[in-house]
Design a protein around this ligand. Structure first.
Ligand code: F6P
Length: 333
């Protein structure tokens, strides 16, 4: 192998730059030519790439976002798009492509492998942590801390005004950020998609929980963390409904894309650095069609299909203590 290419695709995540840095440094250490495609799979279609030297990755380990830019690319999902990308890789003399992204990007990797014989390796990069085969994804730990910092601030004002706040967090269709942020912030309630696989939360039950909490503790603040895409109309609609039923001030806070930004925390930098370096070593051994993950401090190689073929499970112990032990209503029953 002589020429290694990489790209970042889908939702950017803090730590992607740390992964780029690790790949570039490892690539040069092993004497490879390294290029980076810009704007995700769009760069493959447009032949938009740049050479990446060690000096290009100076001082990026601490930066959020991705120096290669990211995008979601519809054109690439067609057969024509993948054939074009394969031709372009061939022309650019690329032997291995490393894709940093989420499950959509890994599906793209498999699509490309139908038309290109080079080796393709994935690194899990998404704040959602919804990828099987790795304990965590690059960006997840930073997103929890970012959400937490905001929830702690909301708690101050919620306490001062004895208000109810509904805090909507990202995660697409997974509750990893929601569960972690709720446990770490001491939220009174959390609504996660995994807790309602075939149903909706019941507003009367939620109101009952708030009222019981107030009976137990007196009038005080109440924080409910809610995952995006769980409630039609989101946190704003649910807050209005609770407000109408209780007459208590109930405010929505939608954290949104702030959770995607910021300097990566140490755990994300460490994970990205390990995964990036290992990906290059795996490529040198001729591996292909796999995501590199980390489980119990061991690097693992996971076939792409296994990263998305079933929903990733939330930590069952964390769910149990959040739902039972830390639920002040159940705890004082
Ligand atoms: O996958 C990362 C993520 O931030 C999800 O949490 C969220 O649902 C989605 O991307 C938002 O995508 P976009 O930035 O395209 O609106």
């Amino acid at each position: 192998m002589k020429r290694l290419a990489l790209l970042t695709s889908g939702g950017d995540a803090p730590g992607m730059n740390a992964a780029i840095r690790a790949i570039v440094l490892a690539g040069h250490y092993f004497g490879l030519d390294v290029i980076g495609y810009r704007h995700g799979f769009n760069g493959l279609l447009e032949q938009e790439y740049q050479t990446l030297m060690p000096s290009d990755v100076n001082n990026i380990i601490q930066r959020g976002g991705t120096i290669l830019k990211s995008a979601r690319c519809k054109a690439f999902t067609t057969e024509e798009g993948a054939r074009q990308a394969a031709d372009n890789l061939q022309q650019a003399g690329v032997d291995t492509l490393i894709i940093i992204g989420g499950d959509g990007s890994f599906r793209g990797a498999v699509h490309l492998s139908n038309f290109w014989s080079g080796s393709i390796i994935g690194l899990p990069g998404t704040i959602d942590n919804d990828i099987n085969g790795t304990d965590a994804t690059i960006g997840y730990y930073t997103a929890i801390d970012t959400a937490l910092e905001s929830i702690d601030k909301v708690r101050d004002t919620a306490d001062a005004f004895e208000r109810i706040f509904l805090i909507e967090v990202m995660g697409r269709h997974a509750g990893f950020i929601g569960l972690s942020a709720a446990v770490c912030s001491g939220a009174e309630q959390v609504l996660l998609p995994e807790l309602y696989p075939n149903s909706q939360p019941d507003v009367e039950e939620l109101v009952g929980h708030i009222q019981k909490a107030q009976q137990i503790r007196g009038k005080c603040s109440y924080i409910m963390v809610i995952s995006e895409n769980l409630w039609p109309g989101g946190a704003t609609d649910l807050a209005n409904q609770i407000n109408a039923r209780t007459g208590i001030d109930c405010r929505p806070v939608i954290l949104g894309h702030v959770q995607r930004g910021g300097s990566p925390v140490s755990l994300d930098r460490m994970l990205a650095s390990k995964l990036g370096a290992y990906a290059v070593e795996a490529a040198l051994k001729g591996r292909t069609g796999i995501m590199i993950g980390e489980c119990n401090q061991r690097m693992v190689e996971v076939p792409f299909e296994q990263t998305w073929n079933k929903p990733k499970e939330l930590d069952p112990y964390l769910v149990r203590i959040q739902q039972e032990v830390f639920d002040l209503v159940k705890n004082s029953a």
